[in-house]
Design a protein around this ligand. Structure first.
Ligand code: PEP
Ligand code: MG
Length: 325
């Protein structure tokens, strides 16, 4: 079965009725990119850059970051590389930087909040990304966005970084597509306002499920309540894709749920543009996609939208999956 899956690596990702969906990779190092490309990844939808900052004794310099982003961009040979800016805090700590003691670290000083508080460090990362963009299709994504103000502040710093590089005569490419992670319920509710000002959305279901259901994604005692197929999540997904559709921007899904083959008709039913997956999930998901008609998926989604509990939604998806498998 493994060999059969591997033979799908070079097969185009299209449904039986001819609709396509980009299957990209989630990576946290350049090394991981090899496995992803061997599985046929069509670009990187999420480069988790925090791992560049971890397991060392000081912040990575602009030069060090540039080398890493550039190596990834070059390996991709023109396919897109979405670099997510630093998502530190929560469960991810730095040995060399004392973070405040927090009662609720996942709701605390992390991700874009840290970056906007430490603009000195943020600008170093943005400069490195802009320089690497001279070597490929590099795009920027901000994590844990909860307001338009955060996006504007980050973009203002990005413009400042571009001006600096230009003034210094350092090669770079500006005007990069800039998108946001949709992983906080507030971002879903203002998806229309965000869509008017960004180039793309990427739904981070890991955090979005955690925050929507108020269920800590790390707490085993309540893991049975961590239900990605909860009706609240189904509604949120639709809110996001509708807003994006109205403004003509693409939507990707990069949380673990994207790798759940049972969810395939949800993505096809909603008209999502891209799934970003861990390397091992790419081929199983492509296999599911090759068997799942988009037309039937749209009908199924209408049904799912009416179902009142996670259990009923899950059972309906499993029945559909068994029929198409
Ligand atoms: C997510 O929250 O779904 C996500 C992709 O980001 P991370 O898992 O790195 O928090
Ligand atoms: Mg997240």
């Amino acid at each position: 079965a493994r060999e059969q899956l591997q033979s799908l690596a070079q097969v185009p990702a299209v449904t039986p009725d001819g609709e396509s969906l980009i299957l990209a990779a989630n990576i946290s190092s350049v090394k991981e990119l090899d496995a992803a490309l061997a599985s046929g990844a069509e670009g990187v939808g999420l480069f988790r850059t925090e791992f560049l900052y971890m397991d060392r004794t000081s912040f990575p310099t602009e030069e060090e970051q540039y080398e890493v982003y550039r190596a990834a961009a070059e390996k991709l040979n023109g396919q897109p590389l979405i670099v997510r800016t630093l998502d530190i805090g929560g469960d991810k700590q730095l040995d060399y930087y004392e973070m405040p003691e927090e009662d609720n670290p996942f709701l605390g000083y992390r991700a874009i909040r840290f970056s906007l508080d430490r603009k000195d460090l943020f600008k170093i990362q943005l400069r490195a990304i802009l320089r690497a963009a001279a070597h490929g299709d590099v795009q920027i994504m901000y994590p844990l966005i909860a307001s338009l103000t955060e996006v504007r502040e980050a973009n203002a710093l990005l413009t400042e970084a571009e001006r600096e590089l230009a003034a210094e005569g350092v090669p770079y490419r500006g005007g990069l597509p800039t998108g946001v992670m949709i992983e906080v319920p507030a971002a879903v509710l203002i998806a229309d306002l965000l869509a008017a000002e960004v180039s793309f959305f990427s739904i981070g279901t890991n955090d979005l499920v955690q925050f929507t259901l108020a269920v800590d994604r790390m707490n085993e005692q309540i893991s049975h309540l961590y239900e990605p197929f909860h009706p609240a999540i189904i509604r949120m997904l639709r809110t996001v894709t509708e807003a994006a559709g109205r403004y003509g921007i693409p939507v990707s899904v990069c949380g673990e749920l994207a790798g759940d083959v049972r969810a395939m008709p949800i993505w096809l039913g909603l008209g999502v543009h891209e799934l970003s997956l861990s390397a091992q999930a790419i081929l199983p998901v492509k296999d599911a996609m090759l068997r799942t008609p988009a037309q039937q998926s749209r009908q199924l989604f209408q049904e799912l939208f009416q179902l009142p509990t996670a259990l009923e939604i899950t059972e309906r998806l499993e029945r559909f999956h068994a029929e198409t498998a």
